[in-house]
Design a protein around this ligand. Structure first.
Ligand SMILES: [Zn+2]
Length: 416
């Protein structure tokens, strides 16, 4: 069994599900079980400065440079993966199974409960005929998101430490908790990490390379109604439900998630509660373009102001907050080498790069704005956050190769 598979199978058996309702950090203590194991393994393989943050659960380590000084500027490179799994589906008692030499067609995950991974709804399965897949038993998620990334970084570290003849600059490694609940970098020690740049290893299919994500804001619309008995409401009642509906009707009709793709942004009412007296609508606002993002927020505010004027009072109040920004701003132009190098590293491994905009955010996006430019690399995992999650073994092995190629390219060429 290859090293990356051996590690992956060990890590997915540890339940590290995070919890979006928790008020602690990390959101679940059990994430530290994997943190402790990774700390021990890093020490055993001879990594330097291995440190587990006992309070917050982060793991940090260094692979010191072994280059002979030649005046060339080789950057300090970081690789980051998250340890937690999605709250959407249980990550307890994960029973991974290897499907060797997949022949195509449906994959029966669980004979007893008749749970099947259907080929018809997963046409990309046909790309894996002849390859080996790791699947679930249909009762839990797999945890390839992001334990595939963790296993790939650990395998890279083990390879470099076991082969001192492979020259490289300083490599930093970090494993983070709580990515799935949006808090993965809340307590990340960017200063202590001391990397010039980093990659998160948290993408999907082999070849995926991501450096563009949404600009994102959350808006809470408070609607203040006026409740009167419906029988005597004429010219008195202001129904907050109808006001909320009126507000929504002012927003551009096709700028919603169901009508947009690629670089198109949207307004999305995500949650509504209320009655005649008062209502509350939670929106998210997204756009890849910073300019259009700012325009969307302005339009949203103006819609509320317009209706306040129409009714002659504050029927709408608004709380709006930016959540994260498009990391492209921090990659292009000055750090474009991060993408060029990753593309070359993939091509060198015989992998076709698949670059597409993320319609969401990543921890790397937030890190990029904390001073650590950080695009996202593939892991080989598919169907994240569900019981149909699987990972291709050959893809995981290629991902290790890609990471090693990135290191080799920076060692050879320095920056740019
Ligand atoms: Zn992930």
């Amino acid at each position: 069994m290859s090293a990356v598979v051996d590690k992956f199978l060990r890590y997915v058996k540890i339940d590290t599900q995070s919890d979006e309702d928790s008020t602690t950090f990390p959101s679940t203590e059990k994430q530290k079980d994997l943190a402790r194991l990774l700390t021990r393994e890093l020490k055993e393989m001879g990594a330097a400065d291995v440190r587990m943050d006992e309070t917050y659960g982060y793991v940090y380590a260094t692979l010191p440079s072994n280059r002979k000084e030649d005046g060339k500027k080789v950057p300090v490179l970081g690789f980051i993966a998250h340890m937690d799994t999605s709250p959407a589906v249980s990550g307890k008692n994960v029973k991974p199974r290897i499907v060797e030499n997949y022949e195509g067609g449906d994959i029966v995950l669980n004979e007893e409960q008749q749970i099947v991974l259907p080929a018809e709804e997963n046409p990309e399965l046909s790309d894996y005929v002849g390859k080996s897949l790791i699947v679930t038993d249909g009762t839990t998620l797999l945890g390839a998101d992001d334990k595939a990334g963790v296993a790939e970084i650990m395998t890279m570290a083990q390879t470099l430490l076991a082969h001192p003849e492979i020259e490289h600059g300083t490599i930093r490694i970090a494993f983070t908790p709580d990515e799935e609940v949006g808090c993965g970098v809340d307590h990340f020690d960017v200063e202590g990490f001391q990397a010039d740049f980093a990659y998160t290893v948290d993408g999907g299919a082999l070849g995926e390379l991501e450096y563009e994500n949404f600009n994102a804001a959350g808006a809470r619309l408070h609607v203040h109604g006026y409740s009167v008995h419906p029988g005597s409401a004429k010219n008195k009642m202001r129904n907050a439900i109808l006001l909320a509906q009126e507000f929504q009707s002012l927003l551009p009709v096709f700028e919603n998630p169901a009508s947009t793709e690629m670089y198109e942004g949207f307004y999305h009412p995500d949650r509504i509660t209320g009655s005649v007296e008062s209502a509350q609508v939670d929106y998210i606002i997204r756009d890849h373009s910073r300019e259009l993002f700012e325009k969307k927020k302005t339009y949203f505010r103006e819609a509320a102001e317009f209706l306040n004027k129409k009714y002659g009072k504050e029927v709408f109040t608004l709380e709006m907050q930016d959540s994260y920004y498009n990391m492209k701003e921090k990659i292009y132009p000055e750090n474009a080498h991060l993408i060029d190098t990753a593309v070359k590293a993939m091509e060198k491994a015989g992998v076709t790069p698949l670059i597409s905009p993320i319609r969401g955010g990543t921890d790397g996006a937030r890190l990029s704005f904390m001073g650590l430019p950080c695009p996202n690399l593939c892991t080989g995992g598919m169907n994240y956050h569900g019981r149909y999650e699987y990972v291709c073994i050959e893809s995981m092995e290629k991902c290790v190769e890609i990471v090693l190629n990135i290191i080799a390219l920076y060692t050879e060429n320095g920056i740019g």
